[in-house]
Ligand binder design. Structure first.
Ligand SMILES: Nc1ncnc2c1ncn2[C@@H]1O[C@H](COP(=O)(O)OP(=O)(O)O)[C@@H](O)[C@H]1O
Ligand SMILES: [Mg+2]
Length: 343
């Protein structure tokens, strides 16, 4: 038994899964290429990259494959290979939603990142806020609706009169898809209708003019580490939309260390991040996004359980700026998980 675990640690077959077919499919491919280049620096890790497409799981760009959850093997036309570890590098469905993690739990294969429950709770913009409220973590004022009817539209109009503007969001989407800023009362119903086109529930938030602050939270050698806040600056008249996040001509800029932020605000964000990470049982990594309002209030906006890792993404940079190495972080997560399954 001892010999088997040593062998496995010498050559850990890691399945790097990306894609998923959601609006974030292509971003996840870019993130996966970044992770692959880091894994390639680890001599004990051997990687197979698999893309989840609408028509199936694809290896090496063209052959079909699947994961045999009984034998824990990756199966192609020509080979069966035991999988020691999985990195579900998928933003949105079926990664951050918790679906693939449920499959991996059934298969009893260790993986990077949060488990199914923490993923699902964090991904749903309503269930996450119920948790933040219960934990005393401040977040943007909101209401939520589960049906498009006249009573609920009336509630949204009331909220609009109170708050002066709304941000309407589909409960289960990411990358700013299904998010609608509303500045005119006459647009409320249409925004809600559109958001229901993406999810069964809709979150309606107070519109604010926030600074967008992000923190990296990650576990290294069993210790939870929380970075200094970084900042994303979208051009002043827009929100941080899908195009701003990812397009080649995005005008957004980033500060790995946010400027003009008080010690007290930094501490509050770090302490909220720790509370949520520990209480909601997040695992390995998450990017925790905050709003800092013009009045200086700190609101936790959302937790991204598998943050983007494109060249302009903040998570790996904040981890490095915090004094740690991204490949070492991956190595520590992989080796400790594989060790504990071969004990
Ligand atoms: N209540 C709000 N007021 C003003 N802008 C908002 C509000 N909520 C979200 N935004 C803007 O929309 C972007 C996307 O919203 P977010 O809740 O982060 O959803 P996603 O999961 O799609 O990233 C945010 O980064 C921010 O720019
Ligand atoms: Mg966001």
């Amino acid at each position: 038994m001892q010999q088997q675990s040593t062998q496995q640690l010498d050559s850990i077959h890691t399945l790097l899964i990306f894609g998923g077919g959601s609006s974030e499919h292509e971003i996840s491919q870019i993130s996966a290429n970044f992770i692959k280049s880091n894994l390639d620096t680890l001599p004990n890790v051997h990687v197979s990259m698999v893309e989840i497409t609408q028509s199936g799981w694809i290896i090496n760009g063209n052959s079909e494959c699947y994961l045999d959850i009984h034998s824990q093997e990756l199966v192609t036309d020509t080979l069966r290979k035991h999988v020691d570890y999985v990195i579900p590098c998928i933003h949105g469905y079926p990664g951050e939603t918790g679906d693939i993690q449920s499959l991996l739990e059934l298969a009893k294969i260790p993986y990077l990142g949060c488990g199914p429950q923490a993923s699902t709770l964090s991904f749903n913009k309503i269930s996450s806020k119920l948790w933040y409220d219960a934990l005393g973590v401040a977040n943007t004022p909101y209401l939520f609706i589960s049906e498009l009817n006249q009573d609920n539209v009336a509630k949204a109009h009331e909220a609009f009169s109170k708050w002066g503007g709304l941000f309407v969001k589909a409960a289960c989407q990411g990358s700013s898809v299904g998010c609608y800023p509303v500045t005119k009362g006459s647009d409320i119903e249409h925004a809600i209708e559109q958001a229901f086109g993406y999810s069964d529930q809709v979150l309606i938030e107070k519109m604010i003019k926030p600074r967008e602050i992000e923190l990296a939270a990650y576990e290294l050698d069993g210790e939870l580490k929380v970075s200094f806040p970084g900042e994303v600056k979208a051009p002043s008249d827009t929100f941080y939309s899908y195009d701003e996040k990812y397009s080649a001509d995005s005008h957004s800029t980033t500060d790995i260390r946010a400027q003009d932020i008080t010690e007290q605000q930094v501490q509050l964000m770090q302490s909220y991040t720790r509370t949520v990470f520990k209480q909601m049982k997040l695992k390995d990594l998450s990017r925790v996004d905050f709003f800092l309002t013009e009045e200086g209030d700190v609101y936790l906006n959302e937790v991204n359980t598998f943050p983007g890792m494109t060249p302009i993404s903040m998570f790996p940079k904040m981890l490095e700026a915090n004094g740690d190495s991204f490949p070492e972080f991956l190595n520590s997560a992989i080796v400790s998980a594989v060790k504990s399954t071969t004990k």
